[in-house]
Design a protein around this ligand. Structure first.
Ligand SMILES: Nc1ncnc2c1ncn2[C@@H]1O[C@H](COP(=O)(O)OP(=O)(O)OP(=O)(O)O)[C@@H](O)[C@H]1O
Length: 701
């Protein structure tokens, strides 16, 4: 099809016109013919079945009935007038109701004439009724060739009220096919269509809007989903290739004194096989003259810190500086302390820069950073300030990247003429399918093995009514010398209520665990950073037995002696958050426990969450359940990514198609990366057009 036809403004389509055109633009983002063709139905209704009135059930289902209107009246009510018609068939009677458009309906409805009505049926006081039914005279209905599966398009109430019903969309879609003569260019190469048994683009578009049979509909859906995911993968992989070919990085050719000395003489434990494998992947990447962009995924407590340090030592060995940026002060502090501890025997200069760093210290940091005597800088967003200038930054490690905006990250890259290698670390396991789409342009390393000797955390779910028993359990654990976390939810919308819960909880815990035998710390977001820090310190040094906190402790806190995590109102946390919180215990050699406290009334989702947590400790398994429960849009970090504005595919349901699309995209680009072979001509053109429109690159880099 001619491209310019697809570019035609939507109001030129017969049956649309300026008013409807405006509505379609505003409500559905449909500006041109090409947008309309890609407005895919979100479900299909079976219009082959006709119900009798005595077969109706109160299920709120959509039904189709043949019958007559025998009576019509206007009913006055406080809320306004409604039009009520009595509709009968040979088995019974029901009511049809209209709240709007009553005058028109009264004038046009024919009494005692056979109609086919269609709509949602509800029951009120034993009588069935249907509000605003779709109506057609039986004679017309029989003439209208209708597909057995009638598409239902994503619509809005506003659209329906202003005269763009599903039926209207259906009609203008037909018109679109007439005007464009269904001649859409086939972007996929023939060999791919044959290999995957995909139906051609034209047939797919036709059958998605006017399915001829369930089988053809399924084929159309498969084909269009594949195409959508395939183009996204082409984009992501192309981006990765361009980066590897064009964006130069500093090759770290040497493994020198820092790395070797640490590896041979100061490793505090043997690395796990997973840590070794991941380090090798990182070394390989950084040894190349292309910029590294790697995502390091590791479940909570899997030992990412030492991998980060050893990667930084490689940068130092090659005469470069390294930095690590964390999203919160607590985390930055934690990393700083952890790295200082590990690097103690090495002669390197590591400093911490956060919002609370004193001006005098800041000055020193700035100077040392510029003259190159500062080797490693750890910090928060403070690292991004313009004043922070590196002598030569070779490696930037970003922890928990989804908390940083895209701009912030790229700002860090731009601190050098040649961008540093980038290692993104995350302890939030991302299901493979989602990682493929979100981070498909990054190389991914996974630490999928916990350090040896860890005892799996035992997780239980307890109702508030067994609190006394839980408190007894805590006392016993404290007796054994262990420490306890008690975490309260903090949800922004009800912040003041939550603070009240937290403070009430803190008071009653302080009462139940009184001084001098016990001491209780508290940490929450409203505290000054310095106070927070000192409370954290007291707890991590073992000076307090219990830490009462909000989710500020969610990530990165490392107190191996803490063996019990109690999560209050656990039903209010998402699965990945629960998993993160639980990961704060089980970091030492002792048996650890996580107790999920909830009230008795739980929604189905909450029940699944509690069951999942008590059943498994595996972050990836939990992430999969989370993805199923919440859908990809709610998973952390996905909102900012355009990857998820999918038109037809669904990352949860269509994971197999996604894998196939990725596989095919990799294969195709390996063979013909610029897509210049004759059989890839249409593909290339479609790819360029799509990249212009839907530039997911901006979201990701
Ligand atoms: N190979 C290993 N053998 C024994 N202990 C290890 C090993 N690797 C790491 N550890 C220890 O395991 C604990 C967790 O490691 P680390 O803090 O690096 O985890 P992490 O991956 O950063 O987890 P989180 O994201 O939850 O902070 C630390 O106390 C660390 O010293």
């Amino acid at each position: 099809m001619q491209n310019n036809l697809l570019e035609t403004p939507i109001e030129y389509l017969k049956g649309v016109g300026p008013a409807r055109g405006e509505l379609l633009r505003k409500e559905l983002g449909i500006h041109k013919y090409g947008d309309l063709i890609n407005l895919f139905p979100n479900r299909y209704i079976d219009r082959t079945r006709y119900y009798k009135i005595n077969e109706l059930q109160n299920t709120n289902a959509e039904v189709q009935i043949i019958g007559k209107i025998i009576h019509i009246k206007t009913v006055e009510q406080k809320k306004g007038k409604r039009l009520v018609a009595t509709f009968v068939d040979e088995t019974g009677e029901m009511e049809l109701v209209w709240f709007q458009g009553q005058k028109w309906i009264r004038e046009n409805l024919k009494l005692n004439t056979v109609y086919v009505i269609f709509g949602k049926c509800t029951s009120f006081n034993g009588q069935f009724n249907m509000a605003h039914p779709e109506m057609e005279l039986l004679a017309e209905h029989e003439q209208n060739l209708r597909s057995a599966m009638q598409p239902v398009y994503p619509s809005t109430e506003k659209l329906t009220q202003r005269g763009i019903s599903n039926r209207t969309i259906n009609k203008i879609m037909q018109q679109l096919f007439i005007e464009t003569q269904a001649a859409f260019k086939e972007p996929l190469p023939n060999y791919l269509l044959e290999e995957l048994k995909l139906i051609p683009k034209n047939a797919a578009l036709f059958n998605i809007h006017f399915p001829k049979s369930p089988d053809l509909l399924a084929k159309a859906q498969f084909r269009l989903k594949f195409e959508e995911l395939f183009f996204i993968q082409l984009q992501l992989i192309t981006k990765n290739l361009i980066r590897k070919n064009k964006i130069k990085g500093h090759p770290f050719e040497k493994v020198g004194v820092y790395f070797n000395d640490f590896y041979n003489n100061h490793l505090p434990f043997d690395l796990t096989n997973a840590q070794k494998r991941v380090l090798k992947e990182i070394r390989n990447d950084m040894g190349n003259p292309a910029q590294m962009n790697r995502l390091l995924q590791g479940d909570v407590g899997s030992g990412k810190t030492i991998v980060a340090l050893m990667s930084m030592l490689l940068a130092l060995d090659n005469g470069f500086q390294a930095c690590l940026m964390a999203p919160t002060e607590i985390l930055a502090n934690q990393h700083f302390n952890g790295l200082m501890e590990l690097a103690k025997p090495l002669n390197i200069n590591i400093k911490l820069l956060t919002g609370s760093t004193k001006t005098s210290d800041r000055k020193i940091i700035h100077e040392e950073l510029e003259n190159g005597s500062l080797h490693i800088l750890i910090g928060t967003h403070a690292l991004l300030e313009d004043k922070v200038k590196f002598h030569n930054l070779g490696l930037a490690i970003i922890d928990e990247q989804h908390r940083f905006g895209v701009e912030q990250r790229s700002k860090l890259w731009k601190k050098n003429e040649i961008p540093p290698h980038v290692l993104v670390m995350t302890a939030t396991p991302i299901p493979r399918t989602l990682a493929m789409s979100l981070y498909g342009d990054l190389d991914i390393s996974v630490i999928d093995e916990l350090p040896p000797g860890r005892k799996p955390i035992q997780t239980v779910h307890r109702y508030d009514s067994s609190r006394l028993k839980v408190w007894k359990f805590i006392r016993d654990e404290i007796e054994k010398g262990r420490q306890i976390y008690i975490v309260y939810p903090l949800i922004q919308e009800s912040e003041s209520m939550d603070y009240k819960d937290l403070m009430d909880g803190y008071e009653s815990i302080s009462r139940d665990f009184p001084l001098p035998k016990y001491s209780v710390s508290i940490v929450h977001g409203k505290m000054k950073p310095a106070d927070k820090d000192s409370e954290m310190q007291r707890f991590s040094q073992g000076k307090t037995n219990i830490m009462v906190a909000t989710t500020v402790i969610e990530v990165g806190v490392n107190v191996p002696n803490a063996s019990v995590m109690i999560i209050e109102s656990a039903e209010r946390f998402g699965l990945s958050q629960l998993h993160q919180l639980r990961g704060r215990v089980g970091r030492g050699a002792e048996q650890s426990y996580c107790i999920l406290m909830t009230g008795h009334k739980l929604s189905n989702d909450s029940k699944i969450r509690m069951e999942t947590m008590t059943k498994t400790n595996d972050g990836f398994e939990i992430a999969e359940v989370d993805l199923k429960l919440r859908g990809p849009g709610d998973i952390m970090g996905t909102q900012q990514s355009g990857v998820l504005n999918l038109q037809i595919a669904d990352l949860v349901k269509d994971r197999e198609i996604l894998q196939l699309a990725r596989h095919c995209a990799v294969k195709l680009l390996k063979d013909d990366a610029p897509m210049v072979k004759p059989e890839h001509q249409n593909l290339r053109q479609a790819f360029i057009e799509m990249s212009k429109k839907k530039n997911i690159w901006n979201y990701i880099s």
